[in-house]
Write a new protein. Structure first.
Length: 451
């Protein structure tokens, strides 16, 4: 299950201190060299130490440090100073809580949000805080059992959802009618068959399998290939037979091209699956014309086509330590970063019909949640809130509904999120109760330190 998220992420919260040194007061996390080299940054930071600094200045400086300088620790401490000077200003507390949760300081973040929700201004911040504690839209389980079900795929008619399940002790490919009924095994072998991707017309299925690697090697070192399964003749063809891992096939919306992930450019030996770097490739559904779309020693993963078939979206760590979402033009191979980078991971992108928006996964608030990005307004919206992993979202064709898998019930199941069905508007009191539940749960798991 974890193999799909190809990166090494770190949940680390850095405490920053304000201290006096020489002739001025400085913020740890911003070095003397940085201040000297960037007069604009120096002026920005020093502006908060003026006697008449207004509360909005603390927010402005903190947001600038976060977005323009990627310095969340310094931003957090700036906001802490703001709360000390303006203890009743809820705008400062809201931004502080958001940044604390983003950087893994859950208890501090919940306490900051609690301060907002117990204030007279709670209603102003309700829509911004409630997604941290409550699914914004209606979510219902579509495929569920004590086993794990993951990686949903659906044809253009929306009749069947295809997925992988370990109900038999290994990964197999099943399908289920969207209206319910009995699960139907499509590919059930003693090996692992994963990542199903159904042709929009429902004529063939692409999937990943390790069935042709007969070496007596550990599971993590088994080579996986991408296969073509004819739904009429029930025949299987290996499309990528080579000495590397090939996985996560993704058909374009019309089924004319396939994007996939391959480790064929990493020639290092004795490396496990999670240690190798990977790139995005393209091919035709028959397996011919396999072409590298990205290069370099990066972890490029989770490709999907734009609805227009002009570009491929994928996630990569090529910008630094964390995964972020990129877009590469198929014709020119021009590449750009889609979302602002931060000290968190954005991954698994999938665009809507018409390419007006993109659903993806982010751990910016402490765990894996679904987010929506609007290409026209450039606004991001958090869609889910659960103490679980919400992963691999896809849009249902020609609709405002999203399929994804999540372990919110204990095992991984397939869920449907309806963007046209918002949950009942929460109240400050209901969100406050959820915040208190989070704080209580954290206190229960916090180890007692003996003196």
């Amino acid at each position: 299950m974890k193999n799909t998220i190809m990166f090494r992420w770190i949940g680390l919260f850095l405490m920053v201190l304000l201290y006096s040194c020489g002739s001025g007061t400085k913020v740890e996390g911003i070095s003397d060299e940085q201040m000297q080299a960037d007069p604009e940054l120096a002026a920005l930071v020093n502006s908060i130490f003026e006697d008449d600094t207004p509360p909005e200045k603390y927010v402005q400086v903190a947001l600038n440090l976060e977005s323009q300088h990627a310095n969340d620790p310094a931003a957090i401490h700036i906001l802490i100073l703001g709360t000390q000077k303006y203890p009743t200003n809820m705008a400062i507390y809201y931004e502080l809580g958001r940044l604390q949760l983003k950087n893994g300081a859950e208890m501090d973040g919940y306490q900051s949000f609690r301060r907002v929700m117990t204030s007279a201004e709670a209603g102003i911040y309700l829509d911004r805080i409630s997604p941290y504690f409550l699914d914004v839209y209606s979510v219902q389980a579509i495929v569920y059992s004590p086993a794990d079900e993951a990686y949903a795929s659906i044809d253009s008619t929306g009749q069947y959802v295809y997925y992988q399940t370990n109900t038999n002790g290994n990964w197999d490919i099943y399908r289920l009618s969207m209206t319910g009924g009995v699960e139907e095994g499509i590919i059930t072998l003693p090996t692992n068959e994963e990542n199903p991707n159904i042709d929009p017309a429902g004529q063939y299925l692409l999937f990943t399998s390790d069935k042709d690697d007969e070496r007596p090697t550990p599971l993590m070192q088994k080579l996986r290939d991408i296969y073509y399964y004819d739904m009429k003749t029930l025949t299987t063809t290996n499309l990528t037979q080579n000495f590397s891992n090939d996985y996560l096939p993704s058909l374009c919306k019309l089924g004319k091209e396939v994007a996939f992930v391959s480790e064929r450019n990493d020639l290092s030996e004795n490396s496990t699956f999670i240690e190798k770097y990977s790139n995005v490739f393209m091919m035709e559904p028959t397996g011919i014309f396999q072409v590298a779309m990205t290069k370099g020693e990066y972890i490029d993963s989770n490709p999907s086509f734009s609805c227009s078939r002009r570009a491929i979206f994928f996630d990569s760590n090529r910008g630094g330590e964390y995964q972020n979402i990129y877009r590469i033009e198929i014709e020119t191979k021009e590449m750009r970063e889609v979302l602002p980078a931060g000290n968190y991971n954005n991954f698994s992108p999938y665009t809507s019909t018409g390419d007006s928006s993109m659903v993806y996964v982010s751990d910016r608030d402490g765990n894996y949640e679904l987010y929506l990005y609007n290409f026209n307004t450039h606004e991001e919206e958090r869609l889910t809130s659960a103490d679980a992993e919400d992963l691999h979202p896809i849009f249902i064709p020609n609709g405002n509904k999203i399929l994804f898998h999540s372990n919110r019930s204990g095992s991984y199941d397939i869920y449907l999120l309806d963007l046209e069905s918002k949950n009942i508007s929460p109240t400050p009191y209901s969100i406050l109760a959820r915040i208190d539940d989070k704080i209580t749960a954290l206190r229960m798991v916090t180890p007692v330190v003996e003196e």
